[in-house]
Design a protein around this ligand. Structure first.
Ligand code: SF4
Length: 333
């Protein structure tokens, strides 16, 4: 199966429970950003995400409270660089105790000491390593030499030690899709469990012409569609078709909620119009109807999986063909 069975069944159970409660909107994923401190300053990263001080990190208890409040079955620990978070081991164990699934998103530089040596592999823990291209490209994006070699070494080590391991790749304006295909082939040879490809998003705080327009995204993902069946991509076929401009969806920004050192961030993972410490204020105070419509200028070039993969799932009941495709994609992947 493309996604481990327990993640699939827990997610379906969550959907049934929410439908039973009569809820139309509910989170699937919590993007938990315990700190805005990083040991890199990647060129495509929102400035605020790598310039924070360690002393301003979220307390462990506040992170776990956020996990409880939003009830999402999947928690993506990101940041900042989560392996710098001193309480990471307790955070991972606390989330596993709550029977949630963790994607630990990392640049892999500190993975050995902070994860491999202190946390056993667990079916609820996935290591998600950032890789934006082959050596020259990835080191350029990360603004440091040697990061690609370290990431590949850590993918191998992660697999050797028995962790479920995936990668995530952001596609920028200048990304050469042939190189992405080469990266997918390399990772497949190593035995990677999944690869997430996602278009870059123009953060307001990044003043560089590196982000793709909607048209750029469509061109690049048309090429991705041509090779996607050969690799274990974790982006659904319908999402890839959406990114390639072959189908359209409303956004589902509520599906991926974000908790940061400034509190709940609204309306979505990408846009920080507001921050609040109060879950109810965030959830009930965000105009979901407006942000679903994508009419805001900040949504014009967005095709992020965090907004649209849940839209794919939301639309499935309306298309038996897509339901069959999705089931086959997951079961046979
Ligand atoms: S379209 Fe993108 S930027 Fe706009 S609300 Fe959805 S996820 Fe956020």
């Amino acid at each position: 199966m493309r996604f481990p069975l327990h993640i699939t069944t827990d997610t379906i159970r969550h959907q049934v429970r929410q439908a039973w409660r009569g809820k139309k909107r509910y989170p699937f994923v919590l993007m938990l950003e315990p700190l805005y401190t990083c040991n890199l300053a990647c060129i495509g990263c929102a400035t605020e995400r790598h310039t924070g001080k360690l002393k301003d990190r979220l307390p462990l208890e506040r992170c776990l409270q956020a996990v409880d409040e939003c009830e999402a079955p999947v928690v993506s620990i990101c940041g900042g660089e989560p392996t710098i978070y001193p309480e990471l081991k307790d955070l991972v164990e606390g989330i596993i105790e709550r029977r949630r699934h963790i994607y630990l998103c990392t640049n892999a530089l500190l993975l050995e000491d902070t994860v491999f040596d202190v946390l056993e592999p667990h079916k609820r823990l996935t290591i998600n390593i950032h890789l934006d291209g082959m050596r020259k490209t990835h080191d350029y994006v990360c603004a440091r030499d040697g990061v690609f070699d370290k990431a590949i070494e850590m993918v191998k080590e992660s697999k050797r030690r028995g962790y479920h391991t995936i990668t995530n790749t952001t596609i920028f304006k200048e990304t050469d899709i042939d190189e992405v295909e080469e990266l997918c082939a390399l990772l497949t040879d190593i035995g990677i469990d999944g690869m997430l490809l996602s278009p870059g998003y123009q953060y307001e705080s990044v003043d560089l012409d590196i982000f793709p327009t909607r048209r750029d995204i469509q061109r690049k993902f048309t090429k991705v569609l041509a090779f996607q069946k050969r690799f274990r991509l974790t982006s659904t076929p319908m999402f890839l078709e959406f990114a390639a401009g072959l189908r359209d969806y409303r956004c589902s920004p509520w599906s991926t909620v974000t908790f940061t050192p400034l509190g709940w961030k609204g309306p979505c993972y990408l846009i920080g119009k507001s921050h609040t410490w109060d879950w109810k204020e965030f959830w009930e105070g965000t105009d979901w109807e407006y942000w679903e419509s994508r009419q805001d200028r900040l949504c014009q070039n967005c095709a992020m999986h965090s907004g649209f993969e849940a839209s794919v799932v939301r639309e499935l009941p309306g298309s038996p063909r897509d339901m069959v495709r999705m089931a086959a994609w997951n079961l046979l992947g």
